[in-house]
Design a protein. Structure first.
Length: 180
């Protein structure tokens, strides 16, 4: 059970909270407000700021959303953060990711049937999250050699930053996994 209140989208009265919940329901693509955002509704400004960061990082940009979701899964698995791990695995499934990819993504990454470029992006994002000081110019150059530009590399770093924070937050409040 979560250590904070999860606000019901059908009963919130604050106009900003209602507006943000409506955006989430529409833009996220699953027709629900995830518990992550329900847990932030006690402070509409914080809710709005976190939604904007999530939306701009995950739903916009040049890298595919599925790739960013896979980065999040890898980071959440490394951090043993079950909320984001399970929710984003479900999200990948809903976005059409095959069961084979999903299973090997978490059980045997080396055997995961992804293109080299995608695996390199996920590994870079994971390293940025769990060992940021260990990133070297060679790590950046490897991505450039695979055709990634500065904007895409920044998106990987922003995704790593987002999931590091999401993992810390959801673990701190013991956020219960959404009924999906």
């Amino acid at each position: 059970m979560s250590l904070v209140t999860l606000f019901d989208p059908t009963t919130v009265t604050h106009p900003k909270t209602k507006a943000v919940f409506d955006e989430i329901t529409t833009e996220l693509g699953f027709g629900i407000v995830p518990n992550l955002f329900k847990s932030m509704a006690a402070n509409p400004d914080i809710l709005e700021a976190n939604w904007k960061k999530f939306r701009s990082t995950m739903l916009q940009g040049n890298l595919p959303r599925t790739l960013k979701e896979m980065i999040g899964v890898a980071i959440s698995q490394a951090n043993d953060s079950q909320y984001a791990l399970r929710v984003h695995l479900h999200g990948l499934s809903a976005l059409g990711m095959s069961e084979e990819v999903l299973q090997t993504l978490v059980s045997d990454f080396d055997a995961c049937p992804l293109p080299i470029r995608e695996k390199a992006v996920i590994q870079f994002g994971l390293k940025a999250a769990v060992n940021p000081k260990g990133l070297t110019s060679a790590d950046y150059q490897a991505l450039r050699n695979l055709g990634l530009d500065e904007t895409e590399i920044y998106e990987i770093l922003a995704t790593a930053n987002l999931f590091t924070g999401v993992n810390q937050y959801t673990d701190a409040i013991k956020l219960e996994i959404d009924s999906l």
